[in-house]
Design a binder for this molecule. Structure first.
Ligand code: HEM
Length: 184
C-alpha cells in the first residue's frame, strides 16, 4: 500500500494544527500583563498541550502497528536516512515539549487540571530555579521544533514541485477518484 491510513493522516494534520496554534498562543500569552485573561489562556495552552501529548501516545501506538508507505526508491540511501532522522526528531520533540511544559508547571507550583476536571500529578516538587530552567528548556525545544518543521515542510514541497513524486500527496485526504480506484 502506497498511502497512509486515514487514522495516520487525521492524527498528522490534527496535531500539526494544534502544535502551530500552541506555538503562537505560547508566544502571545507569555507577553501579556498579569490578568484573568492571561491565566485563562495559560490554562487553555496547558490543556491543549496535554492533549497533544495524549494524541502523540496514540500516534506512536498506531505507527508501531501500521507500517507507513516506503519512501520513493529513487531517493538515495543517504536522503532516506536524513528523512528518517528528521521524522525521529519530530517525534522526540513532540514528546519532549509537552513533558517539559508539564514539568515546568509543576516546578513553578501551578498544577495542571486537564480541562479543569482531571488533576494531573505534579512531576516534580515546587522549585523556583528549576521552574525557570525548565521554562528556558521549553522555549528552546519549541524553537528547535520550529526549525525542524521548516525543513520538513520544505522537503515535502521539494518532493511535490521538483521531484514530482507522491510523498506529499499520499499524506493528503484521498480524492474521490482515488477512493474509487481503491474500492475497485
Ligand atoms: C506541543 C505542545 C506545546 C507547544 C507547541 C508549546 C509551545 C509553547 C511556546 C512557544 C511557549 C512560549 C515559549 C517562550 O517563548 O518562552 C510556551 C510557553 C508555555 N508553555 Fe507550552 N507548549 C506546549 C505544551 C505545554 C504543556 C503540556 C504545558 C503544561 C502542562 C505548557 C506550559 C507552558 C507554560 C506555563 C508557558 C509559559 C512560560 C512562561 O510564562 O515563562 N506547554 N509553550
Amino acid at each position: 500500500m502506497n498511502r497512509y491510513t486515514s487514522t495516520a493522516k487525521s492524527l498528522h494534520w490534527l496535531m500539526a494544527l494544534m502544535i502551530v496554534g500552541l506555538f503562537a498562543l505560547g508566544l502571545y500569552m507569555k507577553e501579556l500583563p498579569l490578568s484573568p485573561a492571561k491565566l485563562q489562556l495559560y490554562s487553555w495552552h496547558k490543556w491543549a498541550g496535554v492533549t497533544v501529548f495524549v494524541l502523540l501516545l496514540a500516534r506512536v501506538a498506531w505507527r508501531m502497528t501500521h507500517r507507513p508507505p516506503p519512501l520513493p526508491w529513487q531517493m538515495s540511501r543517504l536522503h532516506q536516512q536524513v528523512a528518517h532522522a528528521g521524522h525521529l526528531m519530530l517525534y522526540l520533540l513532540m514528546l519532549a515539549i509537552p513533558v517539559s511544559g508539564w514539568l515546568m508547571s509543576s516546578a513553578k507550583g501551578f498544577p495542571t487540571v486537564w480541562f479543569g476536571v482531571l488533576p494531573l500529578p505534579d512531576l516534580v516538587g515546587k522549585d523556583k530555579a528549576l521552574g525557570e530552567l525548565l521554562g528556558n528548556l521549553h522555549a528552546l525545544l519549541n524553537w528547535t521544533l520550529a526549525a525542524v518543521l521548516v525543513a520538513h515542510v520544505a522537503a515535502a514541497l521539494k518532493h511535490h514541485l521538483i521531484d514530482h513524486d507522491d510523498v506529499l500527496t499520499r499524506m493528503l485526504p484521498a480524492r474521490r477518484t482515488q477512493i474509487k480506484e481503491n474500492v475497485q
